[in-house]
Ligand binder design. Structure first.
Ligand code: GLU
Length: 450
């Protein structure tokens, strides 16, 4: 069987081919020569399975799509304070090449406009030269792409010939004391950063590395910490699409970044990285067909991050009581899925309303695949409360989803791999496993999610 995703992307590409309008970026002579008919879509699942349609192997320059990644490199290399001191995170609503600095602090508004991207670039390898900074960036982008990326010398030289605006920005930053590099050196480094060549396939896996919390799915290399990914995605969400960020968030609703080379990346956290390529741009500098593809995908696939997910009440799959081989009673609560705040809160409420009667309480986590920080804390607090009430809480946790279950005062919950570890093999021959009927889980009001 061929995955229907291939068909879907091909059909999507064809249906968006009718979207006309826009023109390749003309302020960089080499980009003005781009073939406007080239068109590609790439989608990478979070585990690195990539699906492509159209001209996905055609190379083009990354341009501003480098900005969120370089912001991530700066956060990794220098830490958040130094980066924060240099660049703010406020959407500007200005054009990407606006000559502006925040009046109060004198910082560029955000790292996605050119002023902020230049200041971010300048942060890397303090004391290093242009080549060292560019190599830090080229190799970092290569780690994200899972292959060695190269710089397009022709586009670089072409852009340098007309980079008057960026030179003005670099001079502005230098004169305001934001950077201490020679402005022309800064523009050279930044322009080389923008001239790194990528394919749509590359961009899809680079975006998927962000979706995957910073670990490149093919190589397993952790390129960004989870905290850095969160910050990068935040800035992409508020500032990624030039001065149409609000429009984009309303209609598409996922963190994204576009570049004047015609590329766009979108990141669906925890699920997928998406990339498009089509050189004709709209007046904001975003690829016209790329925007069309993302708008359609949001409709078809329900990408919008502000769509409300179903309530998390179904974390309690079942509960019941079982008798051990020696006649003891164990109340068993089978939990499932990914437990976050809402799920743990629901468990706490359920146990408050229906306190377990048995002396031993077992939480079966064998079908629970993750417990986040707040849920872990809540569950351990609940366990502590139950133990303080004279119950013994045992975790059936073969995969260690609640590692090191310490509940304070030197107490630690007992952990077993299976139910047999609590009740003994003998009791498992008793047909009743979870003897009581299914827990009365309220039917969620919201059953369909866009
Ligand atoms: N190198 C381009 C510039 O600085 C990047 C702009 C973009 O992709 O938005 O003008």
């Amino acid at each position: 069987m061929r995955s229907p995703i291939h068909e879907y992307l091909t059909e999507l590409l064809q249906s968006c081919e009718v979207v006309q309008g826009g023109a390749p970026a003309s302020y960089i002579p080499e980009l003005a020569e781009a073939d406007p008919s080239q068109f590609a879509i790439g989608l990478s699942a979070v585990d690195g399975a990539v699906y492509c349609a159209g001209d996905a192997e055609v190379e083009f320059t990354i341009q501003s799509i480098s900005k969120p990644f370089v912001y991530g490199f700066a956060l990794e290399d220098l830490g958040p304070e130094k980066v924060w001191d240099a660049v703010d995170v406020e959407p500007s609503g200005d054009a990407f090449n606006e000559l502006s600095l925040e009046p109060e602090t004198g910082r560029p508004m955000n790292p996605m406009i050119n002023a902020g991207a230049l200041a971010t670039h300048a942060l890397l390898l303090p004391g290093g030269g242009v080549d060292a900074r560019v190599e830090r960036i080229r190799s970092g982008l290569s780690a994200l792409a899972g292959r060695e990326l190269e710089i397009d010398e022709q586009v670089y030289h072409s852009e340098m010939e007309t980079a008057y605006r960026n030179r003005a920005l670099a001079n502005m930053l230098r004169s305001a004391g934001n950077v201490d590099l020679e402005p022309l050196q800064l523009v050279r480094g930044y322009t080389r950063q923008c001239a790194v060549r990528v394919t749509t396939r590359d961009l899809a896996i680079m975006a998927a590395t962000l979706s995957n919390g910073g670990v490149q799915p093919w190589t397993g290399e952790r390129v960004f910490s989870a905290r850095v990914v969160r910050q990068v995605l935040t800035v992409m969400t508020t500032c990624g699409m030039y001065d149409s960020a609000g429009d984009w968030l309303s209609t598409v609703g996922i963190p994204a970044k576009s570049g004047v080379g015609g590329g766009i990346i979108g990141v669906l956290p925890g699920q997928a990285g998406i990339a498009t390529f089509s050189p004709p741009l709209d007046t904001h500098g975003n690829s016209v067909r790329g925007v069309g593809v993302f708008e359609r995908m949001t409709e078809d696939m329900g990408l919008h991050l502000m769509s409300v997910p179903p309530p998390a009440r179904s974390v309690l799959r079942d509960d019941g009581e079982i008798t051990t081989a020696d006649g003891g009673r164990v109340g068993i609560y089978a939990l499932q899925g990914a437990i976050q705040f809402a799920g743990a809160e629901w468990i706490a409420r359920h146990l408050e309303q229906f306190p377990p009667e048995s002396p031993t309480v077992a939480w079966d986590l064998s079908r629970t695949y993750s417990v986040n920080k707040v849920a872990r804390r809540l569950l351990l607090e609940i366990a502590r409360g139950l133990e303080d009430d004279g119950r013994t809480v045992v975790l059936i946790d073969p995969d260690g989803v609640i590692a090191d279950p310490v509940i304070g005062d030197g107490r630690r919950l007992r952990v077993v791999d299976s139910l047999a570890g609590i009740v003994g093999e003998e009791a498992l021959r008793v047909p009743a496993y979870y003897t009581s009927p299914s827990v009365d889980t309220p039917t969620p009001d919201v059953t369909t999610v866009e």
